[in-house]
Write a protein that binds this ligand. Structure first.
Ligand SMILES: Cc1cc2nc3c(=O)[nH]c(=O)nc-3n(C[C@H](O)[C@H](O)[C@H](O)COP(=O)(O)OP(=O)(O)OC[C@H]3O[C@@H](n4cnc5c(N)ncnc54)[C@H](O)[C@@H]3O)c2cc1C
Length: 471
C-alpha cells in the first residue's frame, strides 16, 4: 500500500483520533493545531493556586463509547477510567431524600426495567409510565427515525404519556446531560438513539465511564506521544488560514504565519464555524463542498451552538460524600466530587507533589449545561447561584465557605441537535476527492460527544486509507 502524506487541520479529539489511526498504518501525518495545546474542547490544566489538575469541563463517557474505548486502548490510557459495574446515579433534590437510579446486575435491557422499578422516591404510577419509553426503544426503521427527527424531545415524551414528574426526574436529566440543551430545543431522534445505544446492548453499555485523571492525561497527551512515536507530528500554535485548490483537488494549506504546506490528502477536523471560515477565506462555497446524507443541501446557518459552564469550588469542609450526583430543581445540574480518591486518584498524587500548604477539604466541579441564559453572568453571580443550589440540596453546605474558585465558560461547547438537523450533518467525503471531514458535528449518528468526535476521526482515516493517489 502506498504511504500517503496527510495534513489534518485541528488537534481536537477527532483530529487526534484520525492521526492515531493513520500513523498506526504508516501514513505520513501532520496535525496543525491553532492553540498552544491539543485536545480542542477536551483538555485539562494545572490550577496555579491549588496545584490541582482541572478540566475545561467535567466530561462523562459511557460504556457504549466503543470508538473512544478502542482509542484509549491504542494510546494506552483505558486504565485511567472507571466503568461502573451497572448504571447508578444519585439524585439530589431540595425536598426528597434518597433518590437513586441503580440498575441491578441483570442482562440488558432487564437491568433498565429493574432500575426503573427500584427508582424509589417517585410514585409507582410514574415509574410504570417510564416503561412506555423503554418499550419504544426495541424497534427502529428509517421512517420511524424520520418521524422522530420532526419532533423535539418534549413533544415525543408527552406523546408517550410522560408526566411532568417523570420528565423532570429522569428524561430531562438525561436529555440535558447527553444533548446539552433543553428538551424543547433538541431532536427526539437524538435522545432515541442515545437511549437505544446505551440500553439495548450489553449491561455495561449504559454504565458511566469516569475519567480518573485530567482529560489531557486520559485523552490527549498520550495520543500526541503515540502520533510522534509512529512517525507523525503535531504542530501547536499553527493556525491554517486557507486551503489552495487546483482542478478539484486541494493541493496545500497556508498557515497564519505564511507557510505553505503541501500534501496528498487533507482532513478538516475543525468545528462547523471554523470550517466555514476556512472555506470562505479560500474562496470556496461550503454548500457546494459538503455532501449530506439526504437530498437536503448543506446549510451552515442551521448549526447553532449550546453553552456549558463549569464551576470549580474548593470548600473549607466536606459537603458531598458521593462521587457525583445529578441535581433536580436547581440551576446546577451535576456535581462531581474531585476530592474522591475513586474518581480522581492521580490528581491526588499531583496535588501531594505540588502543593506545600494544607490540603483544602473538598474540591467540587459543578456543571450547568444548555447554559445560554447564564453565559453573560459575572463570576460572582455564578458563584452565588452555585452556593444557593448546593445549600438547597446538601444540608452541610449551609456553613461551607469558598476557599478558591475557577469558573470556565464554554460558549460554543457543542452544536445543538435541533429537529431536522440530522439530514444535513456532513458526510466524511466532500466534493473534493482528497478533502475529508471529521468532527463531532459531522454525520456520526451521535450528539456532540467525545464518542462522536473519535468515531468521526476513525471513519475519516479509514476512507483516507482507501484513497487512491490516482484520483
Ligand atoms: C465543557 C464541555 C463539557 C463536555 N462534556 C462532555 C461529556 O460529558 N461527554 C461527552 O462525550 N462530550 C462532552 N463534551 C463534548 C466534547 O468535548 C466534544 O464533542 C469533542 O471534544 C469535540 O471534538 P472535535 O475534535 O470534534 O472538535 P474540537 O475539540 O473543537 O477540535 C477542533 C480543533 O481544531 C482547532 N482549529 C480550529 N480551527 C483551526 C484552524 N483554522 N487551524 C488549526 N486548528 C484549528 C481548534 O483549536 C480545536 O483544537 C463537552 C464539551 C465541553 C466544551
Amino acid at each position: 500500500m502506498d504511504k500517503l502524506s496527510v495534513i489534518i487541520i485541528g488537534g481536537g479529539l477527532s483530529g487526534l483520533s484520525a492521526a492515531v489511526e493513520l500513523c498506526a498504518r504508516g501514513h505520513r501525518t501532520l496535525v496543525l493545531e491553532q492553540h498552544r495545546h491539543s485536545g480542542g474542547r477536551t483538555y485539562s490544566f494545572i490550577d496555579a493556586a491549588t496545584g490541582d489538575s482541572i478540566d475545561n469541563g467535567q466530561h462523562l463517557m459511557m460504556g457504549c463509547y466503543h470508538a473512544t474505548r478502542r482509542y484509549m486502548r491504542i494510546i494506552g490510557t483505558e486504565y485511567l477510567t472507571l466503568l461502573q459495574p451497572s448504571l447508578r446515579i444519585e439524585f439530589l433534590h431540595p425536598s426528597k431524600s434518597s433518590l437513586r437510579l441503580a440498575c441491578p446486575p441483570l442482562q440488558a435491557p432487564l437491568h433498565l426495567l429493574g432500575g426503573l422499578m427500584r427508582f424509589k422516591g417517585i410514585p409507582l404510577k410514574n415509574r410504570l409510565e417510564m416503561l412506555r419509553v423503554a418499550k419504544q426503544l426495541f424497534y427502529t426503521s428509517l421512517s420511524k427515525e424520520q418521524e422522530l427527527d420532526k419532533l423535539n424531545v418534549e413533544e415525543w415524551l408527552i406523546k408517550l404519556g410522560q408526566s411532568d414528574l417523570s420528565r423532570k426526574f429522569l428524561w430531562d436529566v438525561i436529555t440535558i446531560g447527553a444533548l446539552n440543551n433543553h428538551p424543547k430545543n433538541v431532536s427526539a431522534l437524538m435522545l432515541f438513539r442515545v437511549l437505544r445505544t446505551a440500553f439495548l446492548g450489553k449491561r455495561e453499555h449504559s454504565s458511566l465511564l469516569l475519567p480518573r485523571a485530567g482529560l489531557s492525561d486520559v485523552l490527549v497527551n498520550p495520543a500526541v506521544e503515540f502520533i510522534r512515536r509512529n512517525g507523525g507530528e503535531v504542530l501547536l500554535g499553527t493556525e491554517v488560514s486557507k486551503v489552495h485548490f487546483e482542478d478539484e483537488k486541494i493541493v496545500s494549506v497556508l498557515t497564519q504565519d505564511g507557510k505553505k504546506i503541501r500534501a496528498q490528502v487533507f482532513l478538516s477536523a475543525v468545528p462547523w464555524f471554523g470550517f466555514e471560515r476556512l472555506l470562505s477565506n479560500s474562496g470556496i462555497s461550503s454548500e457546494l463542498t459538503v455532501k449530506t446524507p439526504s437530498r437536503e443541501p448543506y446549510d451552515p446557518d442551521r448549526f447553532k451552538a449550546s453553552s456549558i459552564i463549569s464551576i470549580h469550588l474548593w470548600l473549607d469542609r466536606t459537603i458531598l460524600d458521593e462521587e457525583f450526583a445529578a441535581l433536580i430543581d436547581t440551576r446546577v445540574q451535576w456535581i462531581f466530587n474531585k476530592s474522591s480518591k475513586a474518581m480522581n486518584p492521580l490528581s491526588h498524587i499531583a496535588v501531594k507533589k505540588q502543593r506545600t500548604e494544607e490540603k483544602i477539604p473538598q474540591h467540587l466541579s459543578l456543571v450547568i449545561s444548555g447554559a445560554q441564559e447564564f453565559i453573560e453572568m459575572s463570576k460572582e453571580e455564578l458563584l452565588t447561584i452555585a452556593m444557593k443550589d448546593l445549600q438547597r440540596v446538601l444540608p452541610k453546605a449551609k456553613n461551607a465557605n469558598i476557599v478558591h474558585s475557577v469558573v470556565i465558560k464554554e460558549k460554543r461547547a457543542t452544536f445543538s441537535p435541533s429537529p431536522g438537523l440530522e439530514a444535513i450533518r456532513p458526510l466524511p467525503e466532500t466534493t473534493f476527492s482528497n478533502l475529508f471531514l471529521a468532527g463531532d458535528w459531522t454525520n456520526t449518528g451521535f450528539p456532540a460527544t467525545i464518542e462522536g468526535a473519535v468515531l468521526s476521526g476513525k471513519k475519516a482515516a479509514e476512507l483516507i486509507c482507501e484513497f487512491k493517489t490516482s484520483h
